[in-house]
Write a protein that binds this ligand. Structure first.
Ligand code: NAD
Length: 453
């Protein structure tokens, strides 16, 4: 079946109103949970083939997110979709006001390759929980995971409700010509702009989950051991191919040398060797070549080795970096960590403020003034104080970018809202209406209206 036909069938199916039933939504969320659990081994195998991601990392950073999302919506879909009463203002008395969350229709989710399950299935789960039909287009760059998701979903779900469409740039370009009721895109800022333009043709609302250079600042007041351990974990998880990984470090000069040594210590301790089960490979040759070029041997503090055959790049620390260096021009998206030194905390913040707003920002300190200044002055999608990445694990926090790092957000209630329209309804009584609302108008009526409004 052609994709146009599937989209048109989804539109027709949505109009039958069946997806609005909570029983229907829960039945398919449960089914999806069963499909994921029953096929865990297939899912692990596919991602391992794509970029050597371990079972441990796949469970903790991918499948557990998806399964938690399913459970969250199964538990909360009733209350999330329930109409909410709000107060009615004086001029609308006697009346009742309420907000009715309603599904949008047929939505398109476009996923990225770096967390291929989480970034495709989590938005899709939110879309289904909110009562939509959905087309999912995972990233073709992680080909095996794309294929396994297509097989499992297309074999188990009716295509007029949920369908995985496989394809690359050409297929996505064609898909974007069709009309959807929402497009949820995860990927680069460059492609995000293409998606936004295509969506504008149909006035389709979008969520754009994009990237950018996310800083981590370490001041002399930080618990340095904790900071080093958490930064090394978060930076080299998925071999640095994480949208919210700390892209670069700003370290206060007085602790700079000591801190680099601690980073090195943890890299060694965590054993990220070329054959290590716990260390992911680079996704493809193109990215491998791009990353290897960013390793400036003159600024190497630790690492720098690579093995082309295995698409392995050793965790690498670059020291004495300045803002003009090539590694500081674009999002790194790999296991290379440049370290810049600073002497004045406020000036360091000012430098970040002059750049595009990042998807994440992190601060390591025990100084409450620094914590307050960081939160009040910097604009970023989301972040942590004294940790990295972990803010994503709290479904009560919205996840999304700002400025160049994205539009809109999701996770938990925010995901449900991203795929819902908030419909306002005012219900009036048929009695008790003041005659001053209606013509003919008089000065006396106006003076009453002035008092009322
Ligand atoms: P990408 O932009 O290259 O691809 C994302 C999706 O867009 C894929 O499904 C791909 O098939 C499609 N696509 C690519 N080129 C296209 C084109 N010309 N026209 C239409 N569709 C096209 O991104 P990527 O390489 O998969 O991911 C890396 C980027 O994504 C990084 O910048 C990273 O920071 C960002 N990212 C953001 C988040 C987030 O949640 N905010 C998560 C992961 C990755």
């Amino acid at each position: 079946m052609e994709i146009q036909e599937i989209v048109s069938n989804q539109n027709a199916f949505f109009k039958t109103q069946q997806t609005k039933s909570l029983k229907f939504r829960k039945m398919y969320l449960e089914k999806l949970r069963d499909v994921v659990i029953k096929n865990e081994d297939l899912l692990y195998e596919a991602i391992y083939q794509d970029f050597g991601k371990s079972k441990f990392d796949t469970f903790t950073t991918e499948l557990s997110f998806v399964l938690n999302d399913i459970d969250y919506y199964l538990k909360n879909v009733n209350s999330l979709s329930k109409p909410k009463r709000v107060r009615t203002n004086l001029s609308n008395q006697i009346g009742k006001s309420s907000i009715h969350p309603e599904p949008l229709g047929c939505v398109l989710v476009i996923g990225a390759w770096n967390y291929p399950y989480q970034l495709s299935l989590s938005p899709m789960v939110a879309a289904l929980a909110a009562g939509n039909c959905c087309i999912l287009k995972p990233s073709e760059i992680a080909e095996n995971t794309m294929k396994v998701m297509a097989k499992l979903i297309n074999d188990n779900f009716p295509s007029e409700y949920l369908y995985v469409y496989e394809g690359g740039i050409d297929e996505t370009t064609a898909l974007l010509k069709l009309k959807f009721d929402k497009i949820f895109f995860t990927g680069s800022t460059k492609v995000g702009k293409i998606v936004y333009k295509a969506a504008a043709e149909h006035l389709t609302p979008v969520v754009l989950e994009l990237g950018g250079k996310s800083p981590a600042i370490v001041t002399k007041d930080a618990d340095l051991e904790v900071a080093a351990k958490r930064i090394v974990w978060g930076k080299f998880l998925n071999a640095g191919q994480t949208c919210v990984a700390p892209d670069y470090l700003l370290v206060e000069e007085s602790i700079h040398e000591q801190f680099l040594e601690m980073l090195r210590k943890y890299i060694v301790e965590f054993q990220y060797g070329p054959d290590a089960e716990q260390y992911t490979r680079i996704i493809n040759r193109r990215n491998f070549d791009r990353l290897v070029k960013l390793i400036d041997k003159d600024k190497l503090y630790y690492g720098g080795n690579s093995e082309e055959k295995k698409l392995y790049i050793e965790p690498t620390l670059l020291n004495m970096i300045n803002w003009e260096d090539e590694v500081m021009q674009e999002e790194i998206f790999g296991p290379i960590l440049p370290v810049i030194s600073f002497t004045n905390f406020n000036l360091a913040l000012k430098t970040i403020l002059d750049l595009e707003k990042p998807l994440a920002a992190y601060l390591f300190t025990r100084n409450s003034e620094e914590k307050e200044t960081f939160t009040a002055k910097l604009s970023f999608g989301g972040g942590c104080i004294n940790d990295v990445i972990m803010h994503l694990g709290n479904e009560r926090l919205p996840f999304g970018g700002v400025g160049n790092s994205g539009i809109g957000n999701y996770h938990g209630k925010f995901g449900f809202d991203a795929f819902s329209h908030q419909k306002s309804v005012l219900e009036k009584a048929t009695w008790g209406e003041p005659s001053i609302k209606y013509p003919p108008y008089t000065e006396k009526k106006l003076s009453w209206i002035r008092k009322l409004l």
